[in-house]
Design a protein around this ligand. Structure first.
Ligand code: ADP
Length: 614
């Protein structure tokens, strides 16, 4: 700022007093003719009034009859007064002006002219000072991590302009300094702080260093730039000088009068000179770069800004996502392929199982026919007996009729016998037909005792002189197994027939068979066990080894398939078929175990029901 001559300072002080006494909310200029100029008092109100008193004098001279006053305000006060319409003009630093221009429509009409060699648009620079001889600090980049003294972070020359240069070095004053020491006004305090070693460097406005010889020698400038036509050392680019601006409500005619009056000032006469408004684009650029002032909104995170800032993370995330998607797609593909393979394998397995089932049913059927075949020799004899009895009774009836001795009682008795014998023969044939029938596997809930009773009835019905078969059922009445009754009957019939074969030709006493039905223990716990015991030849170790092998037989007419099929049937029912040596005696015991099912809510079927089913 141009220095005012000493005499004028006194007048300035008087005018300031007048200005301070004037009410802040004076009537608008148009109404009362008063003209109010707001001034940024960055050095304090007194200094400001002294500094700007030439303006006041000049305007008072140019606008006779109109009271002109200067109002010294700080940043916030000037903003509020402009917003409220309490002032008609304002004079402030370039940074603050650009903010008010953007927010309140302040419009510069003049720029202070510092006089040669400085041009109005290249008038303000800032200086970073360090103690002379401080070898550790050579460039602005060396300021990182240091203690810095500043007047305030609001000042244009002395902070904001230096901030721009630091930002170009990647330094953020709020983050990258060890300490940002705010010393407050006056700015000479910055020199003092650096001189006392309280700060490693200080920020001051341009040309302040050169104003005292002692400072010139005690301090050096960091990052000094070569700026032509600038008479002082500067660490920053140069910016235009302070503007005088109108506000939206300022009457244009008044603005014109003021501009004309101030343009007529000269340094020689008034100690101050004004020029036509300078270009403040460089200040805009500074704020835009720093994303502060009117460009603070640029700091708000936009998608682009976020993308630019976090692109590495975003790229890494995108890569991960892509990898994950690839992995998922691949896994999905593999799962599909594997599922298709499994389905195909399952279908093949089901087809195979169906074939095995069909073969098994066929084998079962053949085995049943085989058992029947083996028993059929005696079957003919067995059927012969009722048929002979029937024939006898029929002939006896004929004879009595011929003799005239046919009484009602005799007819009734003979007919009863004939019917009884025919029924017996029919029963035998019915059971055999049912047993020999070819049919698909089923599952029914049946009492084990009922199965055994059916098998014993079939066995005894097919043999003349069938041995005695004692059945001992100790299972609870509601115990059931879920089985194919015909297949289980086939197993039991096989066991009974094998027992009968083993005792053939032995004394009658040895031919008797026993069936014991009880709940299994140990390995057979939870199973119903049906044990068929004989007192025949028994098993030697070799026979016991190979007993369940297909085609193992010791009988001249045997097929050797019976026990192997019986075991397959037991296992298909999740049961087992085992053999035990007879306890302390001849013969042996075959045990068929079948898993016990939960008792049915309805009562289990009776043996007779089964016979009826068949
Ligand atoms: P098959 O009766 O046609 O010989 P099985 O598979 O039913 O076929 O029996 C195989 C063999 O096991 C019989 O030939 C016999 O030697 C032996 N066997 C089966 N049951 C008994 C038994 N209760 N006592 C002695 N040997 C038996």
């Amino acid at each position: 700022m141009p220095a005012s001559p000493g005499g004028r300072r006194l007048i300035g002080a008087v005018l300031l007093l007048l200005a301070l006494l004037a009410p802040v909310r004076a009537a608008p200029a148009d109404a009362a003719g008063a003209v109010r100029i707001g001034v940024l008092a960055f050095l304090g109100a007194e200094a400001a009034s002294g500094e700007w008193s030439p303006v006041l004098r000049r305007l008072q001279a140019a606008l006779p009859g109109r009271p002109v006053s200067l109002v010294q305000l700080d940043h916030g006060g000037l903003h509020d007064a402009a917003a409220a319409g309490d002032i008609d003009f304002l004079i402030t630093n370039p940074g603050h002006y650009v903010e008010l221009e953007a927010e309140l429509g302040a419009s510069r009409i003049l720029t202070l002219d510092p006089g040669p060699p400085r041009a109005p648009e290249r008038a303000i620079g800032s200086t970073v000072i360090v103690k002379a001889g401080n070898g550790a600090l050579r460039t602005l980049a060396d300021l990182r991590g240091r203690r810095i003294a500043v007047v305030s972070t609001d000042v244009f020359g002395g902070f904001q302009t230096i901030w721009r240069e630091l930002a170009a070095q990647g330094i953020d004053p709020q983050r990258d300094f060890a300490e940002l020491k705010i010393v407050g006004l006056p700015m000479t305090g910055v020199f003092d702080a650096v001189a006392r070693g309280e700060a490693d460097a200080g920020f001051v406005r341009g040309c302040l260093l050169e104003s005292r010889d002692a400072w010139r020698t005690a301090f050096t400038v960091l990052g000094a730039r070569n700026e032509p036509d600038y008479p002082c050392a500067t660490s920053t680019r140069l910016y235009p000088d302070w503007p005088l601006a109108t506000l939206r409500h300022t009457p244009p005619a008044l603005a014109k009068e003021v501009a004309v009056a101030l343009l007529a000032m000269s340094t020689a006469r008034d100690g101050m000179e004004w020029a036509v408004p300078a270009d403040y684009q460089s200040v805009h650029e500074m704020f835009r770069e720093l994303q502060t002032g009117p460009y603070a909104y640029l700091r708000e995170p936009t998608l682009m800004a976020l993308a630019e800032r976090y692109w590495r993370w975003i790229a890494a995330f995108a890569l991960l996502l892509a990898a994950w998607i690839l992995y998922t797609v691949r896994v999905e593909h593999l799962v599909h392929a594997r599922t298709a393979e499994l389905r195909a394998a399952l279908a093949a397995r089901e087809a195979l199982e169906a074939r095995i089932r069909a073969n098994q049913e066929q084998a079962d059927h053949l085995a049943r026919l085989s058992v029947l075949g083996e028993l059929s020799g005696t079957l003919a004899h067995e059927l012969n007996q009722p048929l002979a009895t029937i024939a006898n009774y029929a002939q006896s009836l004929i004879r009595r009729s011929d003799n005239g001795r046919l009484t009602d009682a005799a007819v009734r008795e003979a007919s009863g016998e004939i019917a009884g014998q025919a029924e017996r023969a029919g029963g035998i044939l019915g059971r055999i037909r049912g047993f020999a029938r070819k049919r698909a596997t089923v599952r029914e809930r049946v009492a084990p005792g009922a199965l055994a009773a059916d098998a014993v009835a079939l066995f005894r019905g097919m043999l003349a002189n069938a041995p005695e078969v004692a059945v001992d059922d100790t299972l609870p009445a509601d115990a059931v197994v879920e089985v194919d009754p015909l297949q289980i009957q086939q197993v039991l019939l096989n066991l009974l027939k094998n027992g009968y074969d083993a005792a053939r030709g032995l004394p009658r006493e040895r031919q008797r068979l026993a069936v014991r039905i009880d709940e299994g223990k140990g390995d057979n716990a939870g199973h119903a066990c049906i044990a068929v015991r004989d007192h025949g030849s028994g098993l030697d170790a070799a026979a016991r080894e190979r007993l369940f092998e297909p085609f193992f037989t010791t009988k001249p007419d045997g097929l050797g398939l019976g026990l192997s099929i019986c075991r397959t049937i037991a296992e298909a029912h999740l049961g087992r078929l085992t053999v035990d040596g007879a306890d302390g005696g001849p013969g042996c015991e075959f045990v068929l175990s079948l898993p016990l099912g939960a008792p049915a809510s309805a009562s289990p079927e009776s043996p007779t029901d089964h016979a009826a089913h068949r």
